[in-house]
Ligand binder design. Structure first.
Ligand code: FES
Length: 212
């Protein structure tokens, strides 16, 4: 892979992230390492505080020794890649049909009122938000992703509390706001597993993500 950007002011993978990058590349057959591009863009975005500049997108292309347009195509296609600065807490609000039918419009109102227009960043640099397509957790709609975690079964009042807590540097609870452990039915009589069995499955669940 290309070693580029020796200039201190230009973006370069940190030594810690280079280990993650090399680990991702090893997951692909020889000659097919460019398939790791999404992982590399994701690592670069994390290192850059949550967004990708054109220079960084090009850096990833140089790193993989591919034309710039190939990494540009991917970075501009997926909503997981942000092409302008985001807040410390970036909200991705699902507005697709199941979430919309379960009240995402009221969540949108709260985000617009408390944060402002989509893709803008609050003056204190704490918050930004965008509307995205299905986050794949429709069973617990409506859903918002904040940074790496999902917040599910949300009512607008839950979202108001989440925003206030983050603003006051307090911790927030991820997962369901209707006391679901996972995606089991809320109605006890419909459950095929006991609470204990569900708890056991949750305990052994691995959190997704990139690790060395
Ligand atoms: S529709 Fe919102 S998570 Fe699928």
């Amino acid at each position: 892979m290309n070693e580029v950007n020796k200039n201190k002011n230009e973006f370069c993978f940190s030594s810690k992230n280079k280990i993650l990058v090399e680990n991702e590349l090893k997951k692909y057959p020889k000659g097919r390492e460019t398939s790791a591009i999404i992982s590399l863009l994701w690592i670069a975005q994390k290192q850059n505080g949550g967004w990708l500049s054109t220079e960084i997108i090009e850096y990833v292309a140089f790193y993989l020794n591919i034309p710039k347009i190939r990494s540009m195509e991917i970075a501009t296609f997926y909503s997981m890649f942000n092409l302008s600065p985001v807040g410390k807490y970036h909200f991705q609000m699902c507005g697709t049909t199941p979430c919309m039918l379960c009240g995402s419009d009221s969540l949108k109102e709260v985000l617009s009122k408390k944060i402002g227009a989509q893709s803008s960043v609050t003056d204190d640099k704490l918050f930004s938000w965008i509307e995205v397509e299905c986050l794949g957790a429709c069973c617990n709609a409506p859903v918002i992703q904040i940074n790496d975690d999902y917040y599910e079964d949300l009512h607008s009042s839950d979202l108001e509390i989440i925003l206030d807590n983050l603003k006051n540097n307090k911790s927030i609870k991820d997962g369901s706001y209707k006391k679901r452990i996972s995606s089991e039915p809320l109605n006890k009589d419909l459950k095929m597993l006991t609470e204990d069995e569900i708890q056991e499955m949750v305990k052994n669940r691995k959190k997704p993500g990139i690790s060395a």
